[in-house]
Design a binder for this molecule. Sequence first.
Ligand code: PDD
Length: 279
Amino acid sequence: TISYWNGRYLPLDQVQVSPLDRGFLFADGLYEVTAAYNGRLFEAEAHIARLQRGLAALRIDTGMSAGDWLGILERLTAESGIDGDLTVYLQVTRGAPTTRAHGFPAGVTPTVFGMVSPLKRPAAAWREQGVAALTMPDIRWGRCDLKTIALLGSVLAQQAATDAGVVDAIQIRDGFVTEGAATNVFVVKDGTIATPVADHRILVGITRQVIQRLAATAGVPFVERDVRAIELASADEVWIASTTKEITPVTTIDGRPVGTGTPGPVWGRIAALFAESQG
Ligand code: PDD
């Protein structure tokens, strides 16, 4: 399939990465995953804005504008050759200097990479029955707000879920819910949606932003606050959400049912609005 590599479009199997690339040696880079439904990018501007914020925070200067990023996403989508829904993956690293040293290298051009993949939408059974999750300690670093390619925490969390035969791992830090392995978490109690505060402990998901907007549209109360792990046990509903998992109801946590053990009515309303917004 087509990919983007430092200003050029070429088949993915022709991309060659330097072993000295800062991404390879230090995980010194950022990424984005954006969905396109039927050839139409979903929330592309928001994904680009988050990427640009992250690059600025890490002082990686690609010289690219929001329009340049959108152009790459659009061309990769248009020329994907993929029938149906897809994701566009973008990755930017601090580039490939000639030696390995921790500090920022001088005069090195960032590496910019993009590729497309078929999007496997959440299974119908996930919407009908919900999914199971486990809880586990959040062992990640202190800047989870940056979408860095240093993903070992997420890798280990997802594998713990997979090993246990469940879909996601809800991570707990100091007694509070942070995120799933690669999802944001929402709890519903007495009709109010709550989700952890957008600080250094979580990635501010684009799907999360959409949910916030849809809740306002629907007149459903939505609050950002610290969510205690013990609230998972008494919640009426728990959801996980991301670009690839969309909004998925969690009906079992650590082997115990959430609420009635079935997808809840607040999820039903917001998920219906979300489906409409996907077009
Ligand atoms: N992950 N939190 C984490 C840690 C994530 O990795 C992701 C997304 C999210 C949800 O963000 P968004 O709604 O913008 O997709 C929250 C992507 C999908 C991934 O790593 O593949």
